[in-house]
Design a protein. Structure first.
Length: 195
């Protein structure tokens, strides 16, 4: 277990909304240039045997996340980095083009909204998936797994499926969802002139 490390690899997703540009970091299992057929390499799943083409597995997860963003937002590309050891400098290996537009149709606030899916790893570490400038809920209340709709459950299913390469920052597979929260991101509020 390596707490708070991105070792051995991660994908940093660049995306934008109507209001600004953002990045999302997704820790992964080890990247391998020889996996996949799209030219960007790939990862073995947490089961240790299922190959995941980098473009395909990123497209799967981000297409699910796109349901929580308006059509004016888009996942643009992802840069894959590896780390020789915990604490080592990031080494870029591939830039994966995405072009996945938001598909959500909610009418709630998006400007400066932060959605966070909170999970535990199988080693009881934390994993947070953060989406900026996505839809707020109607009442901003914390949701628990029993409150999740089909779209939230699909994201958790993708994150926790052992054939996929997503891990927490303790390098353990993502085990279970804890909650989902909505808030206004203070840094974005200042950047957007809202406070």
């Amino acid at each position: 277990m390596t707490e708070n490390s991105l070792y051995p690899a991660c994908a940093v997703v660049s995306y934008h909304s109507l209001y600004g540009a953002h990045k999302m970091t997704l820790p992964t299992t080890a990247w391998n240039a020889g996996i996949g057929t799209n030219g960007y390499g790939g990862f073995l799943g947490n089961d240790g045997s299922t190959p995941n083409d980098a473009l395909d597995v990123l497209t799967e997860l981000l297409t699910l996340l796109a349901e929580f963003m308006p059509a004016t937002s888009s996942f643009d590309a992802a840069t894959i980095y590896t780390f020789a050891e915990p604490g080592a400098n990031a080494e870029p290996h591939a830039i994966v083009p995405l072009g996945i537009d938001g598909t959500g149709v909610a009418v709630t606030q998006t400007k400066a909204v932060q959605q966070t899916w909170n999970c535990r790893s199988t080693s009881f570490g934390q994993f947070r998936l953060v989406l900026l400038d996505g839809f707020s809920s109607s009442d901003w209340a914390k949701l628990y797994p029993t409150d999740f709709g089909a779209d939230d459950l699909a994201i958790i299913g993708s994150l926790t499926d052992s054939v996929n390469p997503w891990v927490a920052r303790d390098t353990s597979p993502i085990g279970q969802a804890i909650s989902k929260t909505f808030t206004l991101n203070d840094k974005l509020r200042r950047a957007y002139g809202m406070s």
